[in-house]
Design a protein around this ligand. Structure first.
Ligand SMILES: [Zn+2]
Length: 246
């Protein structure tokens, strides 16, 4: 990601799922719940709600402890791993699973990659869980590890869609200390380079962490040129970054 700068005035994109009653949950996970605990409408002096949710509700981070006994819990994950330059990679709508061919198109040197698949448009359309979501194949996970990727983000509630119950993708990634971010909404994030902010809840010993994730577009800067950001560039702020091989 060298050669990129944060462009002043570029708008950040919130790619987190709103948490609300009735939201999609991964099958078998607890449903999100919220109820008034103190309520002005009921005569209390203030509003406070009680919420209940799974540790993998909505947009969230999978730490190693999710699958590896004794692995790092969410509060032990170094936030520097979750925050910094990232790349949104568009996966063609016809693609049903992310394999080595898709991984091969990730720009060299990318350490954080977020895959925008057809899932993102489906979340926009309905918000309901769909079992035929696009996810990473085991061979794709091995390719990600081999390519030196350290964080993988997906726009599905699980990084894998494996009916065997063996969870080979989670094991491959977490076993190689690759962090996983699931449940991203990337429909409004064009492919390209971004600065990622990802802050999971500091759950002590947590096996997962619901997170707010925000992307700020970056723009490649040619060697010898100063970063854009003056008056002329302001007009273009908010436009998606252009990347080669898009
Ligand atoms: Zn998870």
């Amino acid at each position: 990601m060298r050669g990129c700068v944060l462009v002043r005035g570029m708008r950040s994109i919130d790619v987190s799922m709103p948490l609300h009653i009735g939201m999609a949950a991964f099958p078998g996970d607890p449903a999100f719940e919220s109820s008034p605990f103190r309520s002005i409408a009921r005569g209390d002096g203030y509003n406070v709600s009680r919420i209940a949710l799974g540790t993998h509700a909505g947009t969230h981070v999978d730490p190693p402890l999710h699958f590896l006994p004794g692995g790092a819990s969410i509060d032990e994950v170094d936030l520097a791993r979750l925050n910094g330059p990232c790349r949104v990679v568009r996966i063609a709508d016809r693609c049903a699973a992310i394999g080595p061919a898709e991984v091969a198109r990730i720009p060299r040197g990318t350490t954080r990659v977020l895959f925008r698949t057809r899932n993102s448009a489906r979340w926009e359309a309905s918000g309901e869980f769909f079992p035929d979501y696009v996810a990473v194949r085991p061979s794709g996970a091995a390719a990600l590890v081999a390519r030196g990727v350290r964080l993988v983000g997906v726009d599905s509630l699980s990084v894998e869609n494996d009916p065997s119950g063996a969870f080979p993708v989670h094991h491959e990634l977490l076993g190689h200390d690759v962090l996983i971010v699931e449940g991203l909404l990337l429909a409004k994030a064009p492919p390209g380079a971004y600065d990622m902010r990802c802050l999971p809840l500091r759950l002590r010993g947590g096996d997962g962490g619901p997170a707010r994730v925000v992307l700020t577009p970056r723009r490649p800067v040619r060697p010898g040129r100063r970063a854009a950001g003056g008056r002329g560039s302001r007009r273009r702020s908010g436009r998606p970054p252009r990347t080669p091989g898009r």
